[in-house]
Design a protein around this ligand. Structure first.
Ligand SMILES: Cc1ncc(COP(=O)(O)O)c(C=O)c1O
Length: 380
């Protein structure tokens, strides 16, 4: 049975461009880019070529603004703890209740060793109010971390305003944004958002897993999250994942070239999908402010239908989807994001996330809706 894959927010299948670009670096081009001989040099050339291509796609001022990491989680750790611990400080952290655990757990750890921490709440529609962030920013704030789009609800955040207002409260505060989910559908740049640090993860846009980057704009000083041999100008030690980085660069080129088409295709499928569900379940409840969400996400609940039970039936019927966030567990537990939005635990246990992506074909939305309608009606 081929699965209808609607869990692209958890991870995306590898794009063929990435697989092809990676193949030599999983084979004959095995060098460690930190060495001095020709085998190393070839790997180093590939690494720096990938960095230049990525920096140029992103619009970074210099290639070395791109710091390669072991994925979104690690970039978030560096983005939060890096400025908080810079220069031996215990700087203050301001973040929000709806951040990914990679940000929240980093912030809580930093707090446990002395960094002041404020976690700002979110409005019932899932949107962070910039003035609430700005109010929490004070003279001791080293870093503000607010995501560009939420991984569960798909709701996009007013990052530009968050940055403007946070910097008005403290111009020295570094602003980090986790753009892991936003990037595939929307341009996320330091100029556009005003952010100093931006997290991206390769596997959310058709690249391999276990590789990501932190875009560190000039002047941002970071304590490394991974200490060691001093790679990446000391900002992230460890032998480079050359194949992964080369694959991420190829996937990024393909994703960005395809972005306008991607947006049209996924939003069309998502809209058809939702229209069919609304027709079958007039009491369906979509989550959050619908005009502010990524075009590939659909997050809702069908009252009276348990997400866990429905997902098991959907899995058996060939549709792969998620309840809340699938990033950190296989278990269905009440989502901290939905709780922050004020959703009751029983309603949260009915919440489902369907995420379309680059493998989505015309008709997938309608086909998925038909299966969901059959399976959910059987449970009602
Ligand atoms: C918003 C967000 N941030 C961070 C991560 C973690 O990235 P990674 O899986 O590459 O560690 C994810 C998902 O996994 C995510 O959705």
């Amino acid at each position: 049975m081929t699965m209808l894959y609607l869990d692209h927010a958890a991870t995306t299948p590898l794009r063929p461009e990435a697989a092809e670009a990676m193949a030599p670096y999983l084979g004959e081009m095995y060098g460690n880019p930190s060495g001095i001989h020709d085998v190393s040099r070839r790997a180093k050339n590939a690494l720096e070529d990938a960095r230049e291509r990525i920096a140029s796609i992103l619009g970074a001022a210099a290639p070395l603004e791109v710091v390669f990491t072991g994925g979104g989680t690690e970039s978030d750790n560096l983005g939060v703890k890096g400025p908080a611990f810079a220069g031996g400080r215990r700087g203050g952290i301001v973040t929000t209740e709806i951040e990914h655990e990679a940000v929240l757990a980093s912030a809580r750890f930093a707090h446990s060793v002395g960094c002041p921490l404020t976690i700002v709440g979110v409005e019932a529609d899932g949107v962070v109010e910039p003035s609430r962030v700005a109010e929490a920013v004070g003279p001791d704030t080293a870093v503000v971390s607010v995501m560009a789009a939420n991984n569960e609800t798909g709701i996009t955040q007013p990052i530009r305003k968050v940055v403007e207002e946070a910097k008005a409260s403290n111009p020295d505060a570094v602003v980090h944004t986790d753009a892991v989910q936003a990037f595939v559908a929307t341009e996320v740049t330091a100029d556009g958002t005003g952010a100093d640090l931006i997290t991206l993860a390769g596997h959310k846009f058709g690249g391999p897993k276990g590789v990501g980057l932190l875009w560190v704009t000039e002047g941002s000083v970071l304590e490394p999250a991974v200490h060691g041999g001093g790679q990446e100008l000391g900002r992230r030690s460890g032998t480079h994942n050359v194949a992964g980085i080369v694959g991420m660069a190829a996937a990024m080129e393909a994703a960005v070239a395809d972005r306008a088409f991607f947006r049209d295709r996924v939003s069309q499928e998502r809209d058809r999908f939702e229209a069919a569900l609304v027709a079958a379940f007039p009491d369906i409840e979509f989550t959050g402010r619908l005009e502010d969400r990524l075009p590939q996400h659909s997050h809702f609940r069908i009252p009276g239908v348990s997400a866990e039970t429905l997902l098991i039936r959907l899995d058996q019927a060939g549709v792969a989807a998620a309840a809340g966030s699938a990033c950190h567990s296989g278990a269905v537990e009440v989502s901290h994001v939905l709780a922050a939005m004020g959703m009751e635990p029983q309603a949260a246990a009915e919440a489902l996330r369907f995420s379309f992506g680059w493998t989505t074909r015309p008709g997938d939305g309608a086909e998925a809706a038909t299966t969901i309608i059959t399976e959910a009606q059987a449970l009602r």
